[in-house]
Ligand binder design. Structure first.
Ligand code: GLU
Length: 286
């Protein structure tokens, strides 16, 4: 069954841009008699707040949306993500990275191609790793592109692709080649939380049977990493539909800092959900 989702992180109040994204996904599900899944992506405890989660549910209900229940809250499922890390580790696809953010930035700065170089610090020498482990230093797990390439084999690696039904920021559409190198050896488990965005989102899309990922074009590049993870884990690949980002009167995209555009402020100011839906191009509730 057509299944799509809206997957906000509860780091602030929802604004008009979120409303557009949620309505785009929800309307697509309604139009096909499919399912609309709401997922709370709250794996970053330093930025996420329960009160924002409650506000998200309230704002979306006000907007006239409904969703499958129970709502998956990622922080309730950290063991799931740990199991995926363990599976990738057992296949030797990951390496420990003890480096600090500053060391990584210095590493990029010193690389031959400067800041455009993807982050691929590589494993620590064995003796250094042993010493850091012994000293109880925190570490992240990074995906090794070299080992991923070996694991998939040359033909599968070069044949990696995803289907884009919408468009990326530069109009990319159709059957697109995956560029795994673009993001480098991404962190799949952060030092502090033991999980990271790409891992959690890809795992959950597979688990929840999401076959249409509908989201803003700011996440288009993430598709390369997520497609690679799907191939490595043998998860089904959803089709993607990235949509344009809504911009405010000043021509800039809405951001969480723009308090005036939050749904809560607009509602307090007297805007009705019906009027907002019409403004965003969704004239009927369903
Ligand atoms: N949680 C992500 C965000 O709020 C969205 C993830 C996704 O749609 O893939 O930006």
């Amino acid at each position: 069954m057509f299944t799509t989702r809206f997957a906000p992180s509860p780091t602030g109040r929802l604004h008009k841009g979120h409303a557009f994204s949620a309505l785009t996904a929800w309307s697509a599900a309604k139009a096909t008699g499919g399912q609309f899944v709401l997922r709370i992506e709250d794996i970053d405890p330093t930025r996420c707040r329960p009160e924002h989660e409650a506000a998200i549910l309230e704002d979306l209900a006000w907007l006239g949306l409904d969703w499958e229940t129970p709502v998956r809250r990622q922080s309730d499922h950290l063991a799931d993500y740990a199991a995926v890390i363990e599976a990738l580790r057992a296949r030797d696809l990951l390496y420990r990275c003890f480096r600090t953010r500053k060391e990584i930035l210095d590493h990029i700065g010193n690389a031959p191609h400067g800041a455009s170089e993807a982050v691929r610090p590589g494993p620590h020498p064995a003796d250094e790793e042993a010493r850091l482990l012994e000293g109880g230093q925190p570490f992240a797990w990074r995906l090794s592109l070299d080992r991923a390439r070996d694991a998939l084999g040359e033909a599968a690696w070069t044949g990696l692709h995803f289907i884009e039904l919408g468009a990326g920021p530069n109009g990319e559409t159709g059957v697109l080649p995956v560029r795994p190198d673009a993001a480098g050896d991404v962190v799949l488990a952060r030092k502090d939380t033991g999980v990271a965005y790409h891992l959690a989102v890809t795992h959950d899309d597979a688990l929840q049977g999401v076959d249409h990922v509908i989201r803003g074009e700011d996440l288009f590049e993430a598709t390369h990493v997520q497609s690679l993870l799907q191939a490595l884990m043998g998860w089904p690949a959803p089709v993607y539909r990235h949509h344009r980002l809504l911009t405010g009167p000043d021509g800039r995209r809405y951001a969480k800092r723009d308090r005036s555009a939050t749904l809560a402020e607009l509602r307090t100011g007297g805007l009705t959900a019906e009027a907002l839906r019409a403004e965003l191009g969704f004239s009927r509730a369903g």
